[in-house]
Design a protein around this ligand. Sequence first.
Ligand SMILES: [Zn+2]
Length: 245
Amino acid sequence: MRLKVLGAYGASDAEHNLTGYLIDDWFAVDAGTLTSKLSFAQQARIQAVFITQTHADHIRFSQTAGPLTVFAAKDVMELLISNVFNGIVWPDFSTLISSLTNKPAVIYRALTPGKKVMFEGVGMTAVPVHHQIPAAGVIVEMNGQAITFTGDTGPTSEIWKRTNKTPGVVAVVTEASFPNDQQQLADDTAHLSPNTFGEELKKITVDAPVYASHRKIPYERDIESQIRNLRDRRARVLLEKNYTL
Ligand SMILES: [Zn+2]
């Protein structure tokens, strides 16, 4: 699998981008950076996006992209439709028929947590995680390989149990938003610090790199050195670059 990390931060500026990942150029996980880091032609190649949660840093869609299938866990999808694609923040794209394809610009597919669905040969299992609002990560299976994306989460467990049982896991992408000296803030906002990232690592039994994404920009150096200090060879910082897994 080719994993293009478009954004690996929980904030953005000229050199840092919001959460967004692209697998093999056509399947996206979270939409923080789809519009700002990809050409319009590259955006047009995206057929599906899985949204982990509705906070604004994960849902910067392009108005003209499509046809696009938007996947999310059921409760996340309800929030997306009522709070984002509600005709106020964004149009309800599912009711707009594209003049190019004669199909809706966007198709919503709500997923039952824990149940694997297939789309164009890709397996997707939404698994709830622990955030301030309903949120679900996803295990993406493609050509015998799998990547787990938690999205934003505090300490959690179900997605690790599912990951441990999934064959061919080549990477886990989770988060470390705040440095260790801000543990209280991390806990209060349902995020991880390098310390709690280290605790989560103990629950993961697969032998694959576990990446810390969603770092808050002012603390990135601290977070990066604290991840290294965990002295676990699986613990990595996710960089905004292309990975071949
Ligand atoms: Zn976020």
